[in-house]
Design a protein around this ligand. Structure first.
Ligand code: FAD
Length: 573
């Protein structure tokens, strides 16, 4: 470039406006959705809390609702998912350490949620033998629902720790040692044995390369470490696990074959001398979503474990835990839907197109109202089951049957529906929804996961069939629950009749079971909406989900439905 041209270029900037680079004023963009209270501003959630008489937990829930919706937690969630966990297999001197290194944001999130009792409240609210605080599983479920709106990755170790307690209690001596430690509300990530820590978390490691859903095909083996066998005796465990989330856990539940069949074992992460129990973390999984949470592949090489339940009865023992993780995923999926819906409403209120706020465009109202109905139904379903868990714990046999059949129904259905809701909520944001700086892309990648772990859709649907076949009282409990709203809406009455006919058809039940479970879920949701929700909500649900007047995409609500009332109810202010 000649000096002459360069001199002419230098004269150009003088023609620019004084602020240099500005080409336009930033306008018509929504703001971050933070600073509200995800509990107190959620009408449905507060209604359920009142109905289930958990005023004793209101302060804790309000504090959690404020925390999860804060800008601070939004920043932590972003950081924990951008700076993902790393495996440190060895220290710098070459010693094997098998530790996971997390960003500080992960630890802060865990600390906040553990401090709220998100992993423990169901078990700590009442002392054994007393139930002066009703609805302990509902209250803890609400903490989980709220944290699933804050950061989903941490909900995996929290949910597993909560769910491990019934499996742990199969061995009273082990429960006496470990329960106070894992129910502690003082988060302590130190990689050390329990006597050097203030609290710990639990992982669950069942899945192997050749055996995921079909746990009987487990190849990992266990043999007595001494000449004695049975409860209170140590076993040596060898083999591999293909998925192990939260391998930093202090304690984990695993499945291994003895000569008596698949058996359930409890393994401490660290041994009393401070060494790692004999397991090696091979690598961390590179996942589609759930990035903040570490999921690993491991090998046991003579790891020490203790029996939970009887030898050969391991699948039954593991199911004691799985049942509650499934409930937690039904709740968590409803929480994730709630977050996506709230983000969509917030965006639609803050963005204009074609001379109107998006929320005032008739078609956008239809989409959002339709999603709001879905979220209300998912939330009612999840917390009805949580309440049944409380009632079952108090000795109510009907509730026990409802839990048995209702938990896989809620897990199947909420985990299916969350994917569509999050997708649609993302689309409400237009292009911004697809960009990683906002939360929607992360929620979208998270959405399918609850449908996979702890039993993928088919497996969970088949479990409903198993419950129905083994326990006729479970079907009766379910139909009894649905029929509470009998006579209130003809569409529900017709829906229950159809369902009963469907349940009685003997041919090819297995091939038909997804449709049956869907019908069961929707019929129960309709019954709950009719009993507990405003008329507009229940009416719209029955019209679009029970009767044929529904669309397969959100935004197909027929005319005559009070969409404004539905959106106002769902709006978190
Ligand atoms: C991110 C992530 C973290 C995980 N963390 C853990 C963990 O911490 N601990 C752990 O133990 N596992 C964990 N898992 C594993 C998870 O639980 C399994 O992936 C799941 O149970 C399915 O098992 P699988 O992958 O072997 O699939 P498969 O069992 O091979 O199933 C594949 C498909 O076949 C279907 N199917 C299976 N049987 C039938 C049948 N009889 N009829 C019709 N369809 C059928 C299933 O529904 C599924 O759709 C994790 C998975 C993921 C993705």
């Amino acid at each position: 470039m000649s000096a002459d041209i360069f001199a002419r270029l230098l004269s150009v900037p003088r023609a620019l406006p004084p602020d240099g680079y500005a080409t336009h004023e930033v306008m018509n963009q929504a703001t971050p959705f933070t600073g509200h209270n995800a509990f107190t501003a959620d009408r449905l959630l507060t209604e359920i809390a009142e109905r289930e008489k958990i005023a004793w937990a209101a302060e804790r829930l309000a504090e959690t609702g404020r925390t999860v919706a804060s800008a601070h937690v939004a920043g932590l969630a972003r950081d924990a998912n951008r700076h993902t966990p790393e495996l440190r297999s060895h220290d710098r001197f070459g010693n094997r350490i098998d530790q996971i290194e997390f960003h500080p944001a992960w630890h802060e999130l865990m600390s906040l949620a553990v401090n709220h009792g998100t992993h423990s409240l169901s078990w700590t609210a009442n002392k054994p033998g007393t139930a002066n605080k009703p609805g302990a599983h509902v209250a803890r479920g609400m903490l989980s629902y709220l944290w699933n709106q804050g950061e989903n990755g941490i909900c995996c170790p929290l949910g597993m720790t909560y769910s491990a307690v019934p499996a742990l209690r199969l061995q009273a001596d082990l429960a006496a040692i470990w329960e106070p430690f894992i129910l502690s509300t003082r988060y302590d990530p130190t990689p050390a044995p329990m006597h050097r820590k203030t609290g710990g978390t639990v992982g669950m490691t069942l899945t192997e390369k050749q055996a995921g859903s079909d746990l009987r095909a487990t190849q990992t083996t266990a043999r007595p470490a001494t000449s004695r066998r049975g409860p209170s005796e140590a076993y040596l465990i060898d083999g591999h696990k293909w998925f192990f989330s939260a391998p930093q856990s202090d304690l984990f539940v695993t499945l291994a074959q003895t000569d008596r069949g698949p058996s359930c074992f409890l393994l401490p992460g660290w041994l009393p001398d401070g060494s790692r129990n004999r397991l090696q973390i091979q690598r961390l999984k590179d996942k589609c979503g759930n990035k903040s949470n570490a999921s690993s592949e491991i090998e046991y090489r003579g790891a020490l474990g203790w029996l939970l339940g009887e030898e050969g009865q391991g699948i039954k023992a593991a199911l004691a835990m799985t049942h509650l993780t499934r409930l937690d995923f039904a709740i968590g999926s409803a929480g994730l839907m709630r977050r996506a819906l709230s983000e969509a409403i917030h965006h639609a209120c803050g963005r204009r197109a074609f001379q109107k706020a998006l929320i005032d465009q008739p078609l956008m109202r239809n989409v959002i109202a339709d999603m709001a109905i879905e979220v209300e139904a998912a939330t009612l379903l999840a917390f009805r089951l949580a309440r049944a868990v409380d009632d079952a714990a108090d000795g109510d046999a009907t509730a026990r049957h409802l839990v048995r059949i209702g938990t896989p129904i809620a897990k199947f259905w909420n985990c299916k529906r969350v994917v569509g809701v999050v997708h649609e909520a993302l689309e409400c944001h237009g292009g911004n929804g697809f960009i990683e700086e906002g939360p929607m892309a992360r929620l979208y990648r998270e959405a399918p996961l609850n449908g996979i772990w702890e039993g993928a859709g088919n497996v969970v649907a088949l479990d409903v069939l198993r419950a129905a076949a083994k326990t006729p009282d479970a079907v009766a409990a379910f139909i009894g629950e649905v029929r509470i709203a009998k006579g209130a809406d003809k569409r529900l009455d017709r829906g229950v009749d159809r369902l009963e006919a469907e349940l009685q058809r003997p041919e090819e039940r297995e091939a038909r079971v997804r449709r049956i479970v869907e019908q069961m879920a929707v019929t129960l949701q309709a019954s709950l909406l009719i009993r507990h929700s405003p008329h507009a909500m229940a009416d719209a649900f029955c019209a679009t989900r029970l009767d044929a007047d529904g669309s397969s995409v959100y935004g197909g609500l027929p005319l005559g439905i009070d969409q404004r009332a539905i959106i106002e109810r769902a709006q978190v202010l």
